[in-house]
Design a protein around this ligand. Structure first.
Ligand code: PLP
Length: 311
């Protein structure tokens, strides 16, 4: 493994639309294009953790996630690329009961296994208590020593990686928009924003603990959470969101994911249409990737007889 391998490409800003009436420009930072397999913010979050694991001579990475987790897919891919064994502790004991069937239905886990990740399925209760010392010790006696990366990949080193999302040339933007899951990505963005910029976070889930998470990692005040666009909660969708994502793809030739970036862009368009942004605003929205989740979402949508996402 060579030092240079961890240096990510910086992503390009792409003009998406100019809204004439209010003279508002919307750009997307295409973090989804950083790497075909370890896309978006998950690579940013892993970068310094991988460096730390390499420095500590760890051979194995262990992390946690749900069955469709972008972070699980990214960790599996990074492990394969940089020479680590990987173990994914997955929420949902029942998924392990008939693994072949699970993998037929779940492209994320299938991909993780194809990268060599070992999956450990645990009950929801065990998963909830995963920070528990005994749980970790049991995993160590089963798998040996490992470098532990928390659920969603958020820790101090992840924030440091996300501080590299904004570049010098991004100082000209008035608003930086990003999706919020655990709050790690936005914390890094806030840390590297200028005091004149306003960072808007679009949580992909319900809940009001996020602001305090962000305050733990960042001590600036030029940010705000826009909580009106979670569409019912984490990974919840409806036909309005699906058709927005499909139309967006047709019109701008940019794919969005249904869990994070689709909701944020829906929100940004809605806010522009309702004149929430001041005139002449220059907006930069961060495309954090997550496109690997589309296939799994389509399987769920088709079960519910809802319209599917275009691929
Ligand atoms: C994980 C993820 C996020 C959320 O990042 P956090 O650092 O957990 O807030 C946003 N967008 C995409 C596509 C993701 O996969």
């Amino acid at each position: 493994m060579q030092e240079a391998d961890l240096n990510l490409n910086s992503s390009k800003n792409q003009l998406v639309a100019h809204f004439e009436a209010a003279n508002i420009s919307l750009y997307l930072k295409r973090e989804d294009l950083i790497d075909p397999f370890i896309s978006g913010n998950k690579f940013r979050k892993l970068k310094y953790n991988l460096e730390e694991a390499l420095n500590g001579k760890f051979k194995t990475l262990l992390t946690f996630g749900g069955a469709y987790s972008n972070h699980i897919a990214a960790t599996a891919a990074a492990g394969e690329r940089f020479g680590f064994k990987t173990i994914g502790v997955i929420r949902g004991e029942e998924l392990g009961e008939d693994l072949d069937k699970t993998l037929q239905l779940n492209a994320t886990l299938k991909y993780a296994i194809s990268c060599g990740m070992q999956l450990e399925f645990v009950s929801r209760e065990a998963y909830r208590n995963k920070a528990n010392l005994k749980f970790i010790e049991d995993l160590k006696s089963k798998y040996g020593e490992f470098y532990l990366i928390p659920e969603g990949g958020t820790n101090k080193l992840a924030i440091r990686g996300c501080e590299e999302i904004l570049q010098k040339e991004d100082k000209e933007f008035d608003f930086i928009c990003c999706c919020v899951g655990t709050g790690g990505t936005i914390s890094g963005i806030i840390n590297s924003s200028t005091p004149e910029q306003k960072v808007l976070g679009f949580p992909a889930l319900k809940g009001n603990w996020l602001a305090s998470e962000i305050k733990e990692y960042s001590n600036k005040e030029n940010w705000k959470l826009i909580t009106a666009y979670h569409f019912g909660g984490y990974a919840k969708t409806d036909s309005t969101l699906i058709s927005f994502i499909n139309n967006f793809r047709k019109e701008y030739h940019i794919p969005l994911d249904p869990v994070y970036t689709g909701k944020m862009l829906y929100g940004i368009f809605d806010m522009i249409q309702s004149s929430t942004f001041p005139q002449n605003s220059r907006i930069l929205a961060v495309h954090t990737g997550g496109l690997q989740g589309i296939e799994g979402m389509n399987k769920m949508l088709s079960k519910k007889n809802l319209p599917l996402l275009d691929v």
